[in-house]
Design a protein around this ligand. Structure first.
Ligand SMILES: O=C(O)CCC(=O)C(=O)O
Ligand SMILES: [Fe+2]
Length: 584
């Protein structure tokens, strides 16, 4: 597991925990923590009591136990501008101060990018953290005026040619000359690629949309200037969409980063160059920017962090959708991942389209029984989020199980599972829903559906459209726990696995990939491509239990922070960030 420094320490005066806090501030901190804690639990319990339906409907219902939440919070100490987020939020924000990669890159951009700075700035240091905490939606009046950048209110700069992209173009770069120079350079030899680009395990036999694999080729004399900024003049090889089939294993793009203008000094500039070269698509300001990661999921926040690794021969991954997804490689590719307790789990690719992974050695023997015992007294019939074309139908036409959203706070074993899921997925636990425990009795099932909410299928559902930010925010991945053995039936079936067409019968479990229950088994599947587009091939269902009882659980991770987070999860995220976000 790679290591990196955490983002900069919280600043004094930004509503943040610092060694300088006074006794009064400590007191209000404790009060606010309790308020925030209870507010979170209350919301969840309310949702559960209301029988919140979960999964998208027929041939696609989706699960969520969530309801829009107005945050209750005490007044913030000190002056507060009208509408400024109040204390519980400031506190949540404080615990995550400068937590977001987006914020880090936005700040860097602001320093150097004249292009859109005037139109799109944050006027408060806490904007990024408030945005992470959901305040752009909860408090739009204040936030849009004061935190336009963090709320992604920015409009793209005018496009001025084929290379223009979403972020500021590098001043002084002659793109035409650069293109011509690239064309004139000899392509990298197989030997160079073999020696400097150990990318084989990251590539797949078909495109993985939005995952781009990058390595640095040995620099010629043009890039030997040691005083140059990181990566200025570096020559990169890129496998677009991690696709090894396209060019017979050779990179789809080879290009030099510009030297003029000091090269790409900020992450925004670097992404701008990459976006221009790879023709990233501009999809609107509400989408998160692409992000760089090491192949094992360390988020790289600065050009220095990228440069240091590329320079030492490490291939890197760019995720166009801004969140890490385990590169599936080939079917049967196995990777080891270190979990917080030190032991190694194994991730094995079961399917590439959709991406389905099996996780070995993840749950501990007593944990499955513990989840069942905690959930049992609360189980109630499962619901579904009816799509427009299913309105008027009943949930049981799709799904006949029982369920409970199990809070993890204050339960040491479940807090442990939280920390492990975040470490496994390389996605902050602040992006997670609580654990949805499921029970299927004899003949119970869930017809094939997606776990994501496609806003086009919920046009009449305003809440859903807001919740999904009109498409930019959604469930990214499902970590699925099997909590019991099942004598017969009860498989999870992916009818479109292997690129199959949509099924005619959403209850038919005979096609595609079937994963059979076994106590302690864990799989992961992704509802989004790395580009953050929804993946329709992730269609799946729970097949009839023919003999026995099936207990299982959904652990859903979104591509952005979920609408609330408990103090325990915020702390877990802090620990994660310190280890897995790198500034150099
Ligand atoms: O029970 C299963 O195997 C799948 C359940 C599922 O897909 C869901 O609850 O969303
Ligand atoms: Fe599902």
């Amino acid at each position: 597991m790679g290591k990196g420094k955490s983002a900069a320490a919280p600043k004094k005066g930004s509503g943040v925990l610092t060694p300088l806090v006074t006794a009064g501030a400590v007191l209000s901190l404790v009060v606010a923590l309790i308020v925030a804690y209870n507010a979170g639990l209350t919301r969840v319990h309310t949702a559960q009591r209301a029988g919140a339906r979960d999964d998208a409907s027929g041939g696609g219902a989706d699960d969520t136990g969530r309801r829009p939440a107005q945050r209750a919070a005490p007044a913030r100490a000190g002056a507060r501008a009208a509408g400024e987020p109040r204390d519980a939020i400031a506190l949540q924000a404080a615990l995550r101060e400068q937590a977001s990669a987006e914020q880090a890159s936005a700040k860097q951009t602001a320093a150097t990018a004249a292009a859109d700075a005037s139109a799109c700035e944050d006027s408060n240091d806490s904007c990024g953290a408030w945005a992470e905490a959901g305040e752009c939606d909860n408090n739009p009046g204040f936030m849009r005026g004061n935190c336009a950048r963090s709320c992604r209110q920015c409009t793209p700069p005018p496009t001025s040619g084929p290379l223009a992209w979403m972020l500021p173009p590098l001043a002084g770069v002659d793109w035409a000359a650069l293109d011509a120079a690239d064309r004139d350079e000899p392509p990298p030899s197989d030997d160079d690629l073999a020696r400097h680009c150990a990318v084989a395990s990251l590539l797949s036999p078909l495109p993985i949309r939005g995952l781009h694999v990058v390595c640095a080729l040995p620099s010629g004399p043009a890039a030997a200037d040691r005083s140059a900024p990181p990566l200025a003049g570096a020559r990169l090889a890129v496998w677009r969409d991690a696709d090894r089939s396209a060019g017979g294993g050779r990179p789809s793009h080879v290009f030099r980063l510009p030297r003029a203008g000091g090269g790409a000094r900020t992450m925004a500039e670097l992404l701008s160059v990459l976006g221009a070269r790879l023709r990233f698509e501009w999809r609107g300001a509400q989408w998160q920017p692409p992000a760089w990661f090491t192949p094992d999921g360390v988020r790289l926040l600065t050009v220095a962090a990228v440069s240091n690794r590329l320079g030492s021969g490490m291939p890197l991954c760019v995720f166009e959708g801004g969140q890490f997804i385990w590169p599936p490689g080939e079917v049967d590719t196995a990777r080891k991942v270190a979990l917080p307790d030190g032991h190694l789990a194994t991730i094995r690719t079961l399917s590439i389209q959709p991406i389905v992974l099996s996780i070995e050695d993840f749950l501990q023997p007593d944990e499955t029984g513990h989840m069942i015992q905690r959930a049992l007294p609360h189980l109630a019939k499962s619901g579904v989020a009816l799509k427009d074309h299913d309105l008027g139908k009943e949930a049981k036409e799709f799904r006949t199980s029982s369920q409970f959203f199990l809070p993890t706070d204050g339960d040491a074993r479940l807090e442990d599972v939280d920390a492990r899921v975040q470490a496994l997925m390389r996605v902050p636990i602040t992006h997670a829903e609580y654990i949805q425990v499921l029970r299927y009795n004899h003949n119970e099932h869930y017809s094939a559906h997606h776990d994501y909410f496609d806003p086009r299928e919920y046009a009449s559902n305003k809440h859903m459209r807001q919740e999904t930010k009109h498409g930019a925010k959604n469930r990214l991945a499902t970590v699925f726990f099997y909590l019991s053995d099942v004598a017969e039936g009860g498989a999870t079936n992916f009818p479109r696995a292997g690129g199959r067409p949509p099924p005619h019968d959403f209850f038919d479990c005979s096609r595609g990939l079937s994963v059979f229950p076994q106590n302690g088994k864990v799989i992961v599947f992704y509802s989004m491509h790395p580009s953050s587009e929804l993946d329709p091939f992730s269609l799946h269902g729970g097949c009839d239990v023919l003999n026995g009882t099936k207990f299982s659980a959904n652990f859903w991770l979104w591509n952005e922070p979920y609408h609330f987070s408990s103090p325990h999860r915020l702390r877990a995220f802090e620990a994660y960030r310190a280890k897995m976000w790198a500034l150099d």
